[in-house]
Design a protein around this ligand. Structure first.
Ligand SMILES: C[S@@+](CC[C@H](N)C(=O)[O-])C[C@H]1O[C@@H](n2cnc3c(N)ncnc32)[C@H](O)[C@@H]1O
Length: 203
């Protein structure tokens, strides 16, 4: 099994208890860089995988495949972690690795642990609030929308469908004992602690 672990933005105190436990319990921990390795070292001896930023697509695919196979050689038989700076699912090397792993080793189970990403980190450090809608991009097309306070999910989904969004997931009281996750058809009403994820699969 592979567990994607979020390390937070750099301060070791911003790593969660859950992340620390996962790093301690993993028999093998991989990291994509030196900053991640430093944050992991109090818990484990990480192995660094290189993900060079080159434009040769063929070479790049070979490197990704090699790294995925290396991770799979452990994850197929033992508890294995891949730890990333910030949140492991946000603009992360892990997401791409997970896709390649799924293609090449579909039987490996993958889970992730959320963490403090760049967005909450910058709000605290800059002393700014993010209390109304904001946009985050890395320059790629915006094909994901997250709606907070999703108390009328069906209505929001209908609006977003008009804009080409075609995949919807609603989460209520996530990471609590009352957690509920609904995919596909959205209900008319939902609890205040609800968040709606929408994706446009076609551009
Ligand atoms: C590959 S992305 C990783 C994002 C990370 N997974 C997250 O949740 O924020 C790398 C980019 O994240 C941002 N980043 C990550 N850690 C940062 C930090 N401590 N301070 C400022 N920016 C950071 C920078 O924009 C950097 O180019």
């Amino acid at each position: 099994m592979l567990i994607g672990v979020s390390l937070g933005p750099g301060d070791p105190d911003l790593l969660t208890y859950k992340a620390a436990d996962a790093l301690r319990q993993a028999e093998k921990v991989f990291v994509p860089g030196e900053m991640a390795a430093d944050l992991v070292r109090p818990y484990s001896r990480p192995e660094m995988l290189k993900f060079p930023m080159i434009s040769d697509k063929k070479k790049l695919e070979e490197i990704w495949a090699k790294n995925a196979d290396r991770v799979a050689s452990y994850a197929s038989r033992t508890k294995t972690a891949f730890a990333c700076i910030g949140d492991v699912n946000t603009f992360s090397t892990f997401s791409h690795l997970r896709r390649v792993l799924k293609e090449r080793h579909p039987s490996i189970e993958v889970e992730t642990i959320p963490g403090v990403g760049t967005i909450p980190a910058l709000a605290s450090k800059f002393g700014v609030d993010l209390s109304t809608s904001f946009q985050v991009t890395d320059g790629s097309p915006v094909n994901t929308m997250i709606r907070m306070k999703a108390v009328r999910p069906a209505e929001v989904a209908a609006e977003l469908r008009e804009e080409g969004f075609d995949e919807f997931i609603l989460g209520t009281r996530l990471y609590t004992p009352e957690e509920k996750i609904i995919r596909g058809d959205m209900p008319e009403r939902s609890d205040y602690f609800s968040v709606l994820y929408a994706r446009r699969r076609r551009e």
